[in-house]
Design a protein around this ligand. Structure first.
Ligand code: AMP
Length: 282
C-alpha cells in the first residue's frame, strides 16, 4: 500500500492511474479503523481497480473541542488493517495540506433544512465542516466512486447535497450497510471509549431501533418513539434525540400512512460517549 501525505502527490498518482484506465474508489475516514470501515474498503475493491482511503480527523466538523481532542487515534493498527484489506493508497494529510489557507474563512454551503435538524440541531456547524472536508478530499482524489456508511445516515444525505450543489456529478455515491457487534451495537471508533460493561449496555440502542421496526404499523407512531426513549433512559442513556423520520428529507413522521419509507434514527450518550445509529424500518 502506498502511503502519501501530500495532496499534490496523491492527485498526480491518481491522475496517472486514471490515464491507465483504472477506476478509482475512495473511502474517507477519521481513522481508529474497525471492520465497518474495512467493509467500505472491500466494497470499493470489488468495484474499482484502485482503492484510496484517507485518514484525517477534520477539526472543522467538531463543534465540541473536547470531542475533537479525545477522538481516538490508532494509526499503526490502521495501517496494518488497510494493508491486510488490500487497500492500494492511504492518504494521511496534515491540517495545512487540507486547508492551506487556514480554517477561518472556509466555504459555507446552502444545504437547506437537512443541515439544522437531528444531528445538525445538536451539533451546530458540524455538517458545514463535513462538507468542507469531503469537498476538498474529492477535489484531491477525483474518484469515480465514493463509499460512505449508512451508519451516518444524515451525513450521507448532506454529502450528496453538497456534491449536487458543487458540481461533482460524475462521482457515484455508494452507501454501504452498517456493520454491528454481536449484540447489535453499530461499530464505531467512539466505542473504544466505552467500558466493557458500556459496550454490552450500548447494544440496547439497536434493540430500541429494532423494536420500532417490529412494532411499526400505520397510524399514530409517536408511542413507539416514546417507548424507545424510555427504554434508553432507564438503561442509563442521555438521549439527544430518537425520531422516526421519512428517509427522503428526514421530515419527522408522527402519523404513518403505511407507505412512506421511514428510518428510526437516534443519538444518545452512554458513559459520556455520544453514539449514533439508525435503522430503515420498511
Ligand atoms: P468515520 O471514520 O467515523 O468518519 O467513518 C468513515 C466512514 O465509515 C463513514 O462513511 C462511516 O459512515 C463509515 N462507517 C462508520 N462506522 C461504520 C459501520 N459500523 N459500518 C459501516 N460503515 C461505517
Amino acid at each position: 500500500m502506498m502511503i502519501l501525505k501530500k495532496a499534490s502527490d496523491l492527485s498526480k498518482y491518481i491522475g496517472k492511474m486514471k490515464a491507465e484506465g483504472f477506476t478509482i474508489g475512495f473511502v474517507p475516514t477519521m481513522g481508529a479503523l474497525h471492520k465497518g470501515h474495512i467493509s467500505l474498503i472491500d466494497a470499493s475493491r470489488n468495484q474499482c481497480g484502485i482503492t484510496a482511503c484517507s485518514i484525517f480527523v477534520n477539526p472543522t466538523q467538531f463543534n465540541d473541542q473536547q470531542d475533537f481532542e479525545k477522538y481516538p487515534s490508532t494509526l499503526d493498527q490502521d495501517i496494518c488493517l488497510l494493508e491486510e484489506s488490500g487497500c492500494d493508497i492511504l492518504f494521511i494529510p496534515t491540517v495545512h495540506e487540507i486547508y492551506p489557507t487556514g480554517t477561518d474563512l472556509l466555504k459555507q454551503y446552502d444545504l437547506g433544512p437537512i443541515e439544522s435538524i437531528l444531528e445538525g440541531k445538536y451539533r451546530p456547524g458540524h455538517f458545514q465542516g463535513v462538507c468542507q472536508v469531503v469537498h476538498r478530499l474529492l477535489e484531491i482524489t477525483t474518484p469515480d466512486l465514493l463509499f460512505l456508511g449508512q451508519k451516518d445516515f444524515q451525513q450521507c444525505m448532506v454529502i450528496k447535497k453538497m456534491m449536487e450543489i458543487s458540481g461533482f456529478d460524475t462521482i457515484r455515491v455508494n452507501i454501504c450497510p452498517t456493520l454491528r457487534e454481536k449484540n447489535g451495537l453499530a461499530m464505531s471508533s467512539r466505542n473504544m471509549r466505552l467500558s466493557d460493561d458500556g459496550k454490552e449496555m450500548a447494544g440496547i440502542i439497536f434493540t430500541a431501533l429494532d423494536s420500532v421496526k417490529k412494532e411499526l404499523s400505520p397510524g399514530n407512531i409517536r408511542p413507539l418513539k416514546e417507548k424507545a426513549i424510555t427504554t434508553l433512559q432507564v438503561s442509563g442513556f442521555r438521549v439527544d434525540y430518537f425520531e422516526i423520520a421519512e428517509t427522503e428529507g428526514l421530515a419527522i413522521c408522527d402519523d404513518w400512512d403505511g407507505r412512506k419509507k421511514l428510518v428510526a434514527i437516534t443519538a444518545a450518550f452512554l458513559e459520556e460517549v455520544r453514539l449514533i445509529d439508525n435503522l430503515l424500518l420498511n
